[in-house]
Design a protein around this ligand. Structure first.
Ligand SMILES: NC(=O)N[C@H]1NC(=O)NC1=O
Length: 173
């Protein structure tokens, strides 16, 4: 997809295509639409992240709360978005045994109780061994330090989702 195509989309099409760049945050694509025209695909990406990063702390926490737990209840119930299902599946989280699932659920609960929002990690860049390791590590990070990490993970997820939509290699880093 090229930038002319993106700039020619009407509101409905833009939101249909880009509404899931940031997991279950329906406001973000409509807000980015207002910032057309985009000079190129990188500019489009920048607008997504500039908007998200400019949110106040409460908004950034709200963005995190829109993310389903990794290997959590939504996965068990078949209620993940298509994107999240793909990401969690790529990390091997859809084929865990019962003991591993329970262990992760316990770590999820501990993290949420400590931070007030779900543990966020770009699952496509991880795997079923690294997810619990990373969660256990971040559970013990000083809260002030941990606050900086989740928005970066949301950005990694969003970059890859955008690259999938645009058919670009822009998100390899
Ligand atoms: N909690 C969390 O990070 N969820 C997610 N991560 C990811 O890669 N896809 C998600 O839905």
């Amino acid at each position: 997809m090229d930038i002319e195509k993106v700039n020619s989309m009407d509101f409905g099409e833009f939101v249909d295509v880009f509404g899931s760049v940031i997991e279950r945050c329906p406001l973000i694509a409509p807000a980015v639409f207002s910032q057309r025209p985009f000079s190129d695909l990188e500019d489009l990406e920048q607008h997504f992240f500039a908007f998200t990063e400019a949110l106040p702390q409460s908004g950034q926490e709200g963005v995190l709360r829109c993310h389903p737990d990794l290997a959590g209840r939504e996965l068990q119930r078949g209620e993940l978005s298509a994107e999240s299902q793909r990401e969690q599946s790529a990390a091997g989280l859809t084929s865990l045994g019962a003991a591993e699932r329970l262990w992760l659920a316990e770590l999820n609960a501990q993290y949420r109780a400590r931070s007030g929002f779900p543990f966020a990690l770009a699952a496509r860049l991880s795997n079923r061994a690294a997810v619990p390791r990373e969660r256990a590590r971040r559970l013990h990070c000083p809260p002030a330090q941990e606050l900086n990490t989740p928005p970066g993970e949301v950005k990694k997820m969003g970059r890859r989702r955008l690259a999938d939509l645009l058919g670009s290699q822009a998100a390899e880093s």
